[in-house]
Design a protein around this ligand. Structure first.
Ligand code: 5GP
Ligand code: MN
Length: 331
């Protein structure tokens, strides 16, 4: 396993050259996306950069315990002026940044830092795409080490959230020695790991508990037990009062079933008055679910991928199932 990931010079020089930098990540940010933004923003502030963070969806509720280096902007109107550079983190393609920022991406130089396979190197100033990295946070950790700013306090908390989210608390197959070494450095710097875990995990609403109960009992076991699917319809969300955030992590529960090779969660929502379904796919080892997601215009990683389909959840299952069979039968 390669452990020597070096920060490219063009990435470092871009971060050192500009005074007003906007940092962003994918919409509906997870722990890696938002944790990476916050950690990098703290470090850039430490070297005197005016670093702002942008995300259409803001900071998700489960990360409200993290300290912010400044406002997290949710609309471009909140920008005092154009930034000199945009750093895009954890986005497998440019569209994942969201619609609001697209015009700005057209006119401002961008640095693209990511760990998704098949990232098309959309950065105009620099690209650093390392699919073997455990998390975008791992890459951000190396940048911070190069900048020489302290990996402590709020920076350490944000970076730990990024690393632990994408590695399943340092237990998934993507966990690199580098991610573990960074975690060790954070711990040496005094990071209270147990308090972060407590804040991340012991924070369920009653609505979330009820939703997970319903999803567990209504999960469909298909394909001779190799496929487990949970459907989150608009009706189910309305009945339980649960939010989109409350669904995060459920698909991992389905991977726990003995014999299941592919776990999938299908979540309906509406965009511009039309129904659509977000598919989240999970697998283990050699089983590649990114291939399935890619057929539907999505992407991700070998064992964790997603796509959005312009159909109801039931119909999305029908159209995806034939492709899913090939996850375990193509060898
Ligand atoms: P999740 O199922 O947790 O939303 O996403 C799992 C992985 O697939 C993440 O790495 C995420 O970035 C990626 N992913 C999810 N949805 C999409 C999508 O619509 N397009 C692309 N390119 N990647 C996605
Ligand atoms: Mn990530």
């Amino acid at each position: 396993m390669t452990t020597d990931i070096k920060v490219p010079d063009d990435v470092l020089s871009a971060l050192r050259r500009y005074e007003r930098i906007l940092i962003t990540a994918h919409t509906h940010p997870d722990g890696d996306a938002m944790g990476s933004c916050l950690a990098l923003a703290w470090a850039l502030r430490d070297i005197g950069v005016n670093a702002l963070i942008f995300n259409e969806d803001g900071v998700p509720g489960f990360l409200h315990f993290l300290s912010l280096p400044g406002p997290v902007l949710t609309s471009v109107e909140q920008l005092p002026c154009d930034p000199q550079l945009i750093v895009v983190l954890d986005c497998g393609d440019r569209a994942r940044v969201g619609e609001a920022l697209q015009p700005l991406l057209d006119r401002v130089p961008t640095v693209n830092i990511d760990h998704h396979l098949a990232n098309p190197n959309f950065g105009t100033e620099a690209n650093w795409v390392v699919p073997s990295a455990a998390a975008t946070g791992e890459l951000v950790g190396y940048i911070i080490q190069e900048l020489g700013t302290p990996l402590q306090g709020a920076t350490a908390q944000a970076l730990y959230v990024a690393l632990s989210t994408d590695t399943g608390n340092f237990s998934y197959g993507n966990t690199t020695p580098g991610a573990l070494r960074l975690a060790a450095t954070l711990r040496e710097g005094g990071l209270d790991i147990s308090s972060i875990r407590e804040k991340l995990e012991n924070n369920w609403s009653e609505a979330k508990l009820r939703l997970w109960g319903r999803l567990m009992s209504e999960t469909r076991i298909l394909e001779d037990g190799k496929l487990a699917v949970a459907l989150v319809t608009r009706q189910l969300l309305a009945e339980t009062g649960a939010t989109r955030e409350d669904i995060e992590g459920f698909v991992e529960q389905l991977r726990r079933l003995t014999g299941v090779r592919v776990a999938m969660l299908l979540r309906e929502d509406e965009k511009d008055g039309k129904v659509q379904t977000k598919a989240s796919l999970r697998s283990s080892g050699p089983d590649n679910v990114r291939n399935v997601a890619a057929q539907f215009g999505g992407g991700g990683h070998k064992n964790a991928a997603g796509a959005t389909v312009a159909l109801e959840a039931e119909k999305t299952l029908l159209v995806m199932q034939p492709y899913i069979r090939f996850v375990w039968s193509d060898r």
